[in-house]
Design a protein around this ligand. Sequence first.
Ligand code: CA
Ligand code: CA
Length: 579
Amino acid sequence: MRLKLLATLMAFGFAAGTAQAVVTQKMIDDDAGETKDVLSWGMGSQGQRFSPLKQVNAQSIKKLVPAWSFSFGGEKQRGQESQPVIHNGKMFVTGSYSRIFALDIKTGAKLWKYEHRLPEGIMPCCDVINRGAALFDNLVIFMTLDAQIVALDQTTGDVVWKEKIEDYASGASASAAPLIAGGLLLTGISGGEFGVVGRVEARNPKTGQLVWSRPTVEGHMGYTYDADGNKKENGISGTLNKSWAGDLWKTGGATTWLGGTYDAKTGLAYFGTGNPAPWNSHLRKGDNLFSCSTVAIDIKTGQIKWHYQNTPNDAWDFDGANEFVTFDMDGKRVGGKADRNGFFYVNDAETGKLLNAFPFVKKITWATGIDLKTGRPNFVAENRAGDPTASADHSKGKSVFTAPSFLGGKNQMPMAYSPATKLFYVPSNEWGMDIWNEPVTYKKGAAYMGAGFTIKTPGEGPIGALRAVNPKTGKIVWEVPNNAPLWGGVLTTAGNLVFWGTPEGFLKAADATTGKVVWEFQTGSGVVAPPVTYDIDGEQYVAVVSGWGGAVPLWGGDVAKKVSFLEQGGSVWVFKLVK
Ligand SMILES: [Ca+2]
Ligand SMILES: [Ca+2]
């Protein structure tokens, strides 16, 4: 009898000497509803960032105080965009410069750290950030700025496997949190400003071995791989030259730099894709698939089941990389996406059919709206920066002012969806840019943009606003303005709360229904990362990483000057209710 029980326990993944199971696919599938762990970026692979926990609510939150804080230390600070994952008494949190720490969940004591050895020539476009790790079996897996994937033993921090995704000398890098779905490790790639071609790769998470790869630029071949690593053609993406003239598709960008979400109900992984390369749209007539799109991939076959292009023939660096968050609306599984281009989209999660689209920022100049019948934007033709070859000396095209700026109505900071309020909580920004085109030719490892720009503030008022958005009506139900541009993610809970961070250093909480701010805490540096919540021994915790940086100080023009007083940092804060 005892032997049989032991055998059963072993079969369920309990190892001798440890109290808790290793991370299984089933646990990851249940992550959104199971509150003791945070196993995935998005607090569930659908990316809703909703927790059923309600111990912390509008009444109790005045007793929310720090339980512990941990400094990432060293001389390395800069942007900290990481979401912690939590399992088996440990928090795994990544830091800038491809570092990862394992911490005791109760005390914050450091258990181990791994600092990836980065070569001199890395070229991340938008700061030396990382967005978090994935957990599978006994492994914690994260991506590095030199475009590698590293899998470490959760207990010891020892490297179990390491794989190169791409040559960093081409401008490729990797900073998203990997996605585990259907027993596969799914990853994207960064480097759209260098002409790196986007793709999604599926690997065996235990070994790092490739299973399939799917390019996100039309014309490139997809592959499947057998157990010995032999690759077999699996069809090209799209139809060669259908939406790209000439051969610019060979270095066409559309990188999958923010990673993806997955819905077990559809069996599809949803990856957003970045700008087509180069930025100068006059060089690449056509829609330039699958750039600035949501691409839905059947994870069993590695084939694109559907795509929806938010910005055809993009001329503004409106990367469509933003997360596609699936939810139920009118009895149907659909997905919401707040795009960099300023419009919020709702698509059928099975077919990609556009169901709704509306602005979530005040000023949009490049299009007057999205045609729900054709699914295409109504472009404002004169808001496309001019062709340099039309100028007298061919050196600079006509400059235009465009809103939003390329930093976006929303950028990398993930939104949250509450099935309780049926609202999305979108960290949004109001800003514009002057943008113009210049001649450019592709050179490996060199910036491949063919454009110049200056980010403009909207005036004296606040740039940021956390907005509660009704996906059905398109109404902004409430907003909390913020002086600096919002750059962190959002968490919402059954306690009817919304949590988000600000560059000014605050972690804030508001009533999810009214937007009334009910709590805030100064973390000591800007928050550009998404908060999480979980419970241990009947106590609810909230955690967030603090450390100002990311794309705004590097690319932000007038806005960067406006927020240059903000200090860098690097720490994780954990809160609970004082008894
Ligand atoms: Ca969970
Ligand atoms: Ca881009």
